[in-house]
Design a protein around this ligand. Structure first.
Ligand SMILES: Nc1nc2c(c(=O)[nH]1)N[C@H]1C(S)=C(S)[C@@H](COP(=O)(O)O)O[C@H]1N2
Ligand SMILES: [Mo]
Length: 558
């Protein structure tokens, strides 16, 4: 043994590696120094192996869309949370974005701990087997016991991860449909874990000497090990910088800057420009499918399932349809709703081609991000339920579901699956990502109206004519009437419908108002849908089926 040095290794991402050598320990390295050196080798090996694995995961994520455990594991857990737990986590971590960040960082932290822990255990096994059979020379300087240990650990990690992530293995951020996506994830994970195992073995092998116990130690060996440790440390620093830079790039591409974006207020137009359309996503980094990779499978309980390429879909007869979307989490008066002109194919064309079996009750929709939701079969067959590839005359922007998403008029936004990769006919009820948390079971959008102008809390001069403006939305039932009140609902009068839209869209309305005397005025709005049913007046919270009640705005006339 030539353990006449101790290595102190710092492996924080950017800090330099310090190798302090104390080449004075006398001959056969026994006892503590030997074990310390083994642990140092295990630590450094674990860090390098972990970083190599993370780089492998980054490469797979970037080029092949294979989900990394830092995103799949939180995705696996999120639907299991009940709505109150989900919201209390929002409060604790600073909203959905804060919770997403926490999810990624805690899985990353877990991976660091496990990666280093296994490195240390591996080094101990290696060193221990050296003690147990001191005289036996080892093949390639590798300990069979330690090799078995690392092989078993890699296998367990792989199988364990597959078991844990089983429902979300079919995620592929480049847009592969569930079958091939699962294959990519399963093989990708194995390659990542093998990268870890092989790197660990090689680094530890390089750092620990394979001379038999009791052999005299030469000073030159100490220097050699010191140099090898320095090289391994250098590799760790470079890999650490690589991982850090990748994380920074992902952070830039992350949804934090736009998730939860609202569209409301004085600038609201009949058609929402694509770059202002509201946005909600479960992801940390949204999918970025390419048309070349992306496929849509349509099948399930049907005669023939079929896989469509983008061109296959674009070749079918298309229709254009203006439709308003609204999130179930849209509070009264809030802006998680927008309106666009969509172009695509009625879903029923694809379903008819698949030949649904009798007994089909629902259609399960899956996105490239592993997101799922369901719609009743009848709703899927409704001619207004679309599979679309254009939004306001342009390809659908990435964050809104490029290249293809689903439009389900009259049902909350979550049913409008983005980056759709699979449409599956099912003969039993299935719960989607959010429904599992306890949302619903009714996802039909209730009639809604909102005052956009004036702003709540603003002041107006007395005697000056002003215009009250806003939107009204009746799901897929249209809007037949909008009324406003300037006295907190005591009296109502009709507003003008400036933009009637269609039965699938919101309407824009306005009303002239000249407040005469100085006071606080409580404005309110209510709508009647196209079937003649008035908007529900009593307040209901967002949870579990979306908010109900009138939007109210208070202005001061002074
Ligand atoms: N694949 C996928 N589709 C999805 C989601 C998602 O996270 N992943 N979010 C849903 C929710 S909750 C809403 S409100 C709408 C928002 O669509 P938008 O961002 O285009 O406005 O997309 C729905 N479709
Ligand atoms: Mo939503």
């Amino acid at each position: 043994m030539n353990a006449h040095e101790t290595a102190t290794i710092t492996t924080e991402e950017t800090s330099p590696v310090i190798i302090s050598e104390t080449p004075t320990i006398t001959a056969p390295a026994r006892g503590t120094a030997r074990w310390l050196r083994a642990l140092a080798a295990g630590l450094l090996g674990g860090v390098v192996a972990l970083l190599a694995m993370l780089l492998m995961m980054v490469a797979q994520r970037v080029w092949l869309g294979v989900p990394a455990p830092v995103e799949s594991i939180p995705d696996r857990i999120a639907p299991l949370l009940r709505i109150p737990e989900f919201f209390s986590l929002f409060d604790r971590f600073g909203g959905y974005n804060g919770l997403k960040r926490f999810g990624v960082l805690s899985i990353l932290g877990g991976m660091v701990a496990v990666g280093i822990g296994i490195g240390l255990l591996y080094a101990l096994f290696t060193e221990n087997s050296r003690t147990a059979e001191p005289a036996k020379p080892r093949r390639f300087g590798l300990s069979p016991v330690a090799l078995i240990f690392i092989a078993v650990v890699v296998a367990l990690l792989w199988i364990g991860t597959l078991a844990l992530e089983q429902p979300v293995l079919d995620t592929n951020f480049r847009g592969l449909p569930p079958g091939p996506a699962t294959l990519f994830t399963v093989i990708g994970l194995l390659i990542s874990y093998l990268t870890y195992g092989v790197t660990l073995v090689l680094v530890c092998r390089a750092l620990t000497n394979d001379a038999p116990l009791g052999a005299p130690s030469a000073p030159i060996a100490g220097q050699l090990l010191g140099r090898r440790a320095a090289i391994a440390g250098g590799v760790a620093v470079i890999a650490g910088i690589g991982v850090g830079a990748s994380l920074a790039r992902f952070n830039k591409r992350a949804v934090f800057s736009y998730d939860g974006r609202q569209y409301r207020g004085a600038t609201v137009q009949a058609i929402t420009p694509n770059d202002q359309f509201y946005s909600v996503t479960k992801n940390v980094v949204d999918p970025n499918p390419t048309k070349a990779f992306w496929r849509l499978t349509v099948g399930g309980t049907a005669d023939h399932s079929r896989t469509y390429s983008f061109n296959d879909l674009a070749a079918l007869a298309s229709i254009e349809q203006e439709t308003t979307l609204m999130c179930i989490s849209n509070g009264i008066g809030a802006g998680l709703m927008s309106n666009a002109q969509w172009k695509g194919v009625p879903m029923r064309i694809l379903l008819d081609a698949a030949g649904p079996h009798a007994g089909v009750v629902e259609v399960k929709l899956s996105g490239a991000d592993g997101y799922t939701d369901t719609i009743p079969f009848d709703k899927a067959m409704d001619p207004t339920t679309l599979v679309v590839y254009e939004m306001n005359g342009a390809p659908i922007p990435q964050r809104h579901g490029y290249p293809v998403r689903v439009i389900v008029p009259g049902m909350y936004g979550e049913k409008n699956v983005k980056w759709v990769t699979a449409i599956e006919l099912v003969d039993h009820p299935v719960k989607g990502f959010y429904e599992q948390q306890g949302w619903g079971p009714d996802f039909v959008i209730p009639t809604r109206s909102r005052i956009d102008v004036p702003d709540g809390g603003s002041s107006l001069p007395p005697g000056m004519p002003t215009t009250i403006r806003g939107i009204a939305f009746g799901g897929n039932r249209g809007v037949s009437r909008v009324e406003i009140s300037t006295d907190d609902g005591a009296t109502w009068r009709d507003a003008r419908i400036d933009y009637p839209g269609t039965h699938l869209t919101w309407a824009l309305w306005s009303a002239d108002w000249t407040p005469t005397r100085p006071a606080m005025y409580h404005l309110a709005v209510r709508a009647t849908d196209g079937t003649g049913t008035p908007q529900i007046s009593t307040f209901q919270d967002i949870v579990p089926q979306g908010a109900r009640g009138y939007d109210r705005v208070t202005v001061r006339v002074v």
